[in-house]
Design a protein around this ligand. Structure first.
Ligand code: PEP
Ligand code: MG
Length: 328
């Protein structure tokens, strides 16, 4: 089966009945490796910038960040590269920036931390904008947004960084461009504010890993409750379905970059829901491409309605496995 998958690796991702899908990769730790392997699909849907920060002993300087981001942007200059601003806190500690909290997943993480430390945020945005000079394939994405005012404040800082970098470039040939801005949808409150949020951003990206944790009130890393953490819980699927419908209604492009997008069962359900952009670990890209070329959109929609009316994730899997067996 691996050979069959390889043989079709370069074929466009399109279902039998003509539903075209764009597959992106998630990168971070091994971005260079993933990009070198040429398995980049339609671009990078999520570059987790906190990973290089976590591997260092101190905050990387602006110039170090420029060099790092430039390498990533240059690896695929013709494709969009979505860089997420620092998402530390929660499960992602920085050794040189200790945070002690009773409840880290509900605490100071992602955008909350960087808005409280604008000097960290501004340096990162400045570095991204400088790295993007002459390439213009950068997109910026904000993690852990829970309310509109966070987007407004982040945009104010991004604008400040833009003006600074533009100012510095005046008198040179460098043209500073404004990258597209998106937010992660991973805190449940945003489900009910999508039209308001859409006014401020160019795109959405669903973080189903955190959305699952917050919807089900299950710590994504606690082994005691691991059996309760499941993105195929019918409620989570219902939320994902709701999001894509609302995003489409506000004509805001939406990607999904949580783990579910790179899983066969997930990819089928997401296509059935109406998602057309999936971002996943690079090693899943070919398999998902192969699978989606074997199915029809109408079958995926049928599977979705079975899943949404199931009473448990086990029942969802039973339906999907029965279907997948017909494809092998
Ligand atoms: C997510 O929450 O689904 C996500 C993609 O981000 P991370 O796993 O880095 O929190
Ligand atoms: Mg997340």
């Amino acid at each position: 089966i691996t050979e069959k998958i390889e043989a079709e690796a370069d074929k466009p991702c399109e279902s039998i009945d003509g539903c075209r899908m764009s597959l992106y990769i998630n990168a971070g730790l091994s971005a260079e490796v993933e990009l070198d392997a040429g398995q980049i699909g339609a671009g990078v849907g999520l570059y987790r910038t906190e990973i290089p920060f976590m591997l260092r002993e101190r905050f990387p300087s602006e110039q170090e960040q420029v060099t790092l981001y430039r390498q990533i942007l240059e690896a695929a200059p013709e494709l969009p590269i979505t860089m997420r601003t620092l998402d530390v806190g929660g499960d992602k500690p920085l050794p040189y920036f200790p945070i002690n909290e009773e409840n880290p997943f509900l605490g100071w993480r992602g955008i909350r931390l960087t808005l409280d430390h604008p000097e960290i945020f501004l340096v990162q945005i400045r570095a991204m904008l400088r790295a993007n000079i002459g390439l213009n394939n950068l997109q910026i994405m904000l993690p852990m947004i829970s309310t509109v005012s966070e987007v407004v404040e982040a945009k104010r800082l991004i604008n400040q960084a833009f003006l600074e970098v533009s100012d510095e470039a005046s008198g040179t040939d460098n043209v500073i461009s404004r990258p597209k801005l998106g937010i992660m949808l991973e805190v449940p409150s945003v489900l009910y504010q999508l039209p308001q949020l859409a006014k401020y951003v160019d795109f959405f990206s669903v973080g189903s890993n955190d959305l699952t944790q917050y919807l089900l009130a299950v710590d994504r890393n606690n082994t005691r409750v691991a059996s309760l953490y499941n993105s195929y819980h019918p409620s989570v699927l219902g939320a994902l379905y709701d999001i894509v419908q609302k995003a489409n209604a506000s004509q805001t492009p939406v990607t999904i970059c949580g783990e579910i997008a790179g899983e066969p069962a997930g990819a089928l359900l997401l296509m059935g829901m109406g998602y057309r952009r999936l971002s996943m670990n690079g090693f899943n890209l070919r398999k998902i491409n192969w699978l989606l070329r074997k199915v029809t959109l109408s079958e995926c929609k049928q599977l979705l309605s079975l899943a949404l009316t199931s009473s448990s994730q086990q029942e969802v899997f039973t339906h999907i496995n029965e279907y997948l067996e017909t494809k092998e």
